[in-house]
Design a protein around this ligand. Sequence first.
Ligand code: SME
Length: 148
Amino acid sequence: MDDLIVKQAKEFLDTEDTLSAMCNITSLLYHELGFVNWVGYYFYKNGKLSLGPFQGKVACSSIPVGKGVCGTAFQKKMLMNIIDVTRFEGHIACDPDSKSELVVPLIYENKIFGVLDIDSDNYRRFGSKEEDIVSAVADLIAKKLAGK
Ligand code: SME
């Protein structure tokens, strides 16, 4: 995908150190997408989703599979673009400022590692452009996590 954010994410991932690349990608998305108040990962560990590197206010350290937007995106293995989180039943409000949320599963060849979660303090912040950018970034991260 021909987008500067995706290109930069690719450059960050061109390293042995996956964790540092993933940390930098949270900062990249946080600062470059615009109108975003939280970006981070939840990794599947011991039967639940555990908080990984992030930018933003402190967040819940674990989320059960099937709960909240993150747990639902993980369970269904599908992108969730919630234009108004107050209308999503079961939304987990870590930061009351969050109004819309984009969650993309980290999947490579059917193996799911967790989710990339992005919150905005604006309603309807994420559209198809953001879905495409964040999906492309999530695909790159999942491939790296798979050791490919
Ligand atoms: N809102 C998420 C929880 C994680 S925070 O947004 C950082 C959810 O409903 O799964």
